[in-house]
Design a protein around this ligand. Structure first.
Ligand SMILES: Cc1cc2nc3c(=O)[nH]c(=O)nc-3n(C[C@H](O)[C@H](O)[C@H](O)COP(=O)(O)OP(=O)(O)OC[C@H]3O[C@@H](n4cnc5c(N)ncnc54)[C@H](O)[C@@H]3O)c2cc1C
Length: 380
């Protein structure tokens, strides 16, 4: 399958590449060192309309397809992985709105996205990670309003987002069929930010606990109907998993480019280390695998864009996410090895890349969970 980017996609990619080289790369280093949310990169990305990309044209967005979003995420993976994660959390709220949003919800939240407001995906809880169906946050109907109570953890953009998609139990004892999805504005009464996490990597993104204490929303803030929330979450994840394949390819490519540059300039035993075949083969292996991950990722995006949303897409999205993120971890680790002792120091960006990479095989389904999904679908 040959995937050709359109002229618009190439322009968007080149715009991001220029912004990346001119500004995002430096801001990534600064926010990592300061361990602070990268507000400046967020502002720059909003300025070029990145967070409004997925919203339908009807609401003022660009209605970008999965391929375009993957291109964006690959570039962000290269220059600003933390902003890529920030965008991923936002994107996870897009497909549920397309599939389950009533007119009020679609208008309200797609318009917010089109105005570059940021969304955050609130599924995980302290006792419910991979096993999302075991979540405990509750929503009970009191008169015309749903009242939400519970605590979400590890929420990307928690405390910096403008709105939240929150999953809560509305049918106790019904497992996955007893969970519903609500959209909640940041200034809702009873919504507060708990612990802000100190992380190994992706330190330019914010990860926080979000506490819901008697947060009240009217019925139209429920997306997809009672008990339909988890299904919507999982359907939304195909796009996100494909996007994470893109982030992983971008970050792995950034590390590989660093290695190639360094190998030409570092001399040992009287010659550039680029002349050692052991290292050349490592680089060749990385390049081959990145190409393979990229092909799988864009093939999955293209399948998504064809309108097909069946089991093959679920399997491929898991394969792309799992293959590319595990590869990214291997590549960034090998690149630190190629840099030797210098790779371990903060003078070069490769140690940060290795720390950032670790997250990619944990979020939106760990690699173990993706192996499980792929195997389950193969045997079904
Ligand atoms: C920086 C960061 C940002 C995040 N952002 C968000 C966000 O925006 N929104 C959100 O909702 N969540 C977010 N998460 C949560 C993330 O999706 C979860 O951490 C992830 O799903 C794993 O859940 P867990 O951490 O509870 O691990 P667990 O589910 O407790 O897993 C522990 C280990 O057991 C393995 N395991 C679990 N079940 C199985 C099984 N059936 N078979 C084999 N192995 C298994 C896992 O692979 C893992 O190795 C974020 C996490 C991090 C670290």
């Amino acid at each position: 399958m040959c995937i050709e980017f359109t002229e618009e996609q190439k322009i968007l990619r080149d715009t991001l590449r220029k912004l990346g080289k001119d500004k995002l790369e430096r801001l990534t280093v600064e926010s990592d060192r300061a361990d602070k949310f990268d507000y400046e990169s967020l502002r720059l990305l909003k300025e070029i309309g990145i967070f409004g990309l997925p919203a339908p044209v009807k609401y003022g967005g660009s209605e970008a397809n999965a391929t375009t979003l993957t291109i964006v995420l690959e570039e962000l993976g290269y220059f600003s992985p933390s902003m890529a994660c920030t965008l991923i959390g936002h994107l996870a709220l897009v497909r549920p709105l397309f599939l389950g949003g009533n007119e009020f919800l679609a208008e309200r939240y797609f318009t917010k996205m089109a105005k570059e407001e940021l969304g955050a995906f609130c599924l995980t809880e302290p006792e419910a990670g991979s096993d999302a169906a075991s979540l405990k946050t509750k929503a009970s109907l009191e008169g015309d309003e749903w009242v939400i109570n519970g605590t979400k953890c590890f929420i990307t953009s928690g405390g910096v987002a403008d709105f939240y998609g929150v999953w809560a139990v509305t049918g106790p004892g019904k497992g996955a069929d007893g969970i519903s999805l609500f959209y909640v504005d940041k200034d809702a009464k009873g919504l507060s930010v708990g612990k802000i996490e100190e992380k190994m990597g992706m330190r330019g993104s914010q990860t926080a606990e979000m506490i819901f204490e008697d947060v009240k929303v009217t019925k139209e803030y429920m997306c997809g109907g009672v008990g339909k929330g988890l299904k919507l979450a999982f359907e939304g994840l195909d796009l996100v998993r494909c996007g994470l394949g893109g982030v992983s390819c971008g970050l792995a490519q950034a590390a590989l480019d660093q290695a190639i540059q360094y190998m030409k300039t570092r001399h040992q035993f009287g010659k550039p280390i680029a002349q050692f075949q052991a290292l050349q083969f490592m680089v060749a292996n990385m390049a081959m695998n990145i190409e393979a991950a990229r092909a799988l990722t864009y093939q999955t995006a293209s399948l998504y864009d064809s309108g097909y949303h069946g089991i093959d897409l679920i399997t491929k999205a898991s394969m792309a996410k799992c293959f590319a993120s595990d590869l990214c971890m291997r590549v960034t680790t090998d690149v630190v090895q190629i840099f030797g002792g210098y790779g371990y120091m903060k003078d070069y960006p490769v140690e940060r890349m290795m720390r950032d990479a670790k997250l990619l095989s944990i979020v939106e389904g760990t690699s173990q969970i993706h192996h499980h999904i792929i195997a389950r679908n193969l045997f079904s």
